[in-house]
Design a protein around this ligand. Structure first.
Ligand SMILES: NC(=O)c1ccc[n+]([C@@H]2O[C@H](COP(=O)([O-])OP(=O)(O)OC[C@H]3O[C@@H](n4cnc5c(N)ncnc54)[C@H](O)[C@@H]3O)[C@@H](O)[C@H]2O)c1
Length: 393
């Protein structure tokens, strides 16, 4: 498969990763975007983005001649030169690992239909997964390339990646490199490696990010307890170029779809005799949830308002959002709780009343708690509890 021979790419999974890739690839190639969720496919057919991403919404319209939403796998794979898998890999506590069954089933189906189509896995997988799949099908054309996008900025990050990492057999890597490099706007570094190494890069990268959040949060808990000024302290620490003045804004804890599950997956694969640091990151995060909720409860409010449930201001995802962990702890007390979340159209969430009339919400609460603040909240006449020091994600 040479670059000029790629005419059509099939993407499996029209979620954050799949849509971002479809947006990027459709600038130059035809893309079939396949999903089992008929509602998502119908939205895409109507040129409506199923993910919250302004740039993808625009691209969906401008590139509509190159994006073909599909619900039929067989048709999707017809004349396909490359199949990219962006399917869920949720962590299962009872298995102490990712549930890779969706990926495995789809790989088997693709292989049964056409063994020659190269498969590029973009889902995050356990270390060794790609190798195992190649062994299972006596092939070498299954590759892994980690995805590093941020929700809400998915397409932007995909067009301007910090690096392109491609893991798999030398022969098939070579064939894919030109294609992958032709997609980005910013000419990022390209790093080639074995698939297991690339899988490790993804899990360790996200675990580092989780560790960094936990680090600044532990610092914040300590300073908060002592009544010290966090902003000055962080600036003092982060001015060391080895530490860096970024990704250092305290929060209620890390959360979202990827960091907690990738950290757990890596922890479960690490040898317990030689790894202590990574295995303790989750404990630090749990302690942070405990600390934040205790501080809120100690203020003895009769009512608390939760301002937004998303993990990040730009995202529409509530998966494992830190504020929900705080909410669960407050619910164990007698404090009345309300939620302001315009992304929820229902009247309640987890049996808690949604008050999407903002003025009514503010008037109903003694304190409003917010993992991330914004100008609207800051201007409101209400007591705010947040640890958002720098007003960024
Ligand atoms: N969200 C992120 O920021 C991010 C970043 C990097 C990597 N990842 C990884 O990428 C993978 C996908 O993540 P996501 O955020 O895009 O998930 P998502 O939940 O947003 O999307 C997954 C999509 O797959 C579809 N799907 C499920 N089973 C299917 C099947 N058998 N065939 C076709 N479609 C099917 C679902 O309907 C859904 O639309 C995960 O492994 C995740 O860890 C996610």
């Amino acid at each position: 498969m040479k670059e000029n021979k790629i005419k059509k790419v099939s993407i499996f999974g029209a979620g954050y990763v799949g849509c971002a890739l479809a947006g990027t690839i459709s600038n130059k190639y035809e893309v079939d975007l396949y999903d089992i969720d008929i509602e998502r496919i119908n939205l895409l057919k109507a040129n409506i983005s199923p993910i919250k991403d302004e740039l993808f919404q625009k691209t969906l319209k401008s590139n509509k001649k190159n994006i073909f939403p599909k619900i039929n796998r067989k048709i999707t794979l017809k004349d396909c030169d490359l199949c990219i898998l962006c399917l869920p890999t949720n962590y299962q506590d009872h298995k102490k690992g990712f549930d890779t069954s969706i990926l495995e089933k789809e790989i088997k189906r693709i292989k049964n239909l056409n063994n020659k189509i190269p498969i590029l896995i973009k889902s995050t997988v356990p270390v060794g997964f790609t190798d195992l799949q190649n062994k299972k099908f006596q092939s070498s054309n299954i590759l892994f390339s980690p995805e590093f996008l941020r929700e809400g900025m998915a397409l932007e990050d995909n067009l301007n990646p910090s690096r392109i990492i491609i893991g798999g057999s030398k022969k098939h890597r070579k064939n894919l490199i030109k294609f992958l490099c032709s997609l980005s706007k910013n000419n990022p570094p390209l790093i080639e490696m074995e698939s297991s190494e690339a899988e490790l890069v993804k899990l360790f990268s996200n675990s580092y990010l989780a560790m960094r959040v936990a680090f600044f949060n532990e610092l914040d808990s300590f300073s908060f307890e002592k009544g010290l000024e966090m902003k000055r302290i962080i600036e003092g620490i982060s001015s060391d170029p080895r530490i860096g003045n970024y990704y250092n804004n305290p929060s209620f804890g890390f959360g979202g779809y990827c960091l907690p599950k990738d950290l757990k997956q890596l922890s479960s694969q690490l040898n317990s005799d030689s790894s202590y640091l990574i295995k303790s990151i989750d404990k630090s995060n749990q302690a942070r949830f405990e600390f934040i909720s205790k501080k809120i409860i100690d203020l003895k409010p009769s009512s608390v308002g939760i301002y937004r449930l998303q993990m990040k201001s730009a995202s529409d995802n509530f998966k494992e959002a830190a504020v929900i962990e705080i909410l669960k702890k407050i619910l164990k007390t007698k404090i009345k709780v309300y939620i302001y979340e315009p992304l929820i159209k229902d009247k309640s969430y987890m049996d808690i009343e949604i008050k999407n009339n903002y003025e009514d919400f503010i008037k109903s609460c003694d304190i409003v708690i917010a993992n991330r603040t914004d100008d609207k909240l800051k201007k409101s006449d209400v007591k705010i509890f947040t640890r958002d020091i720098f007003g960024e994600n």
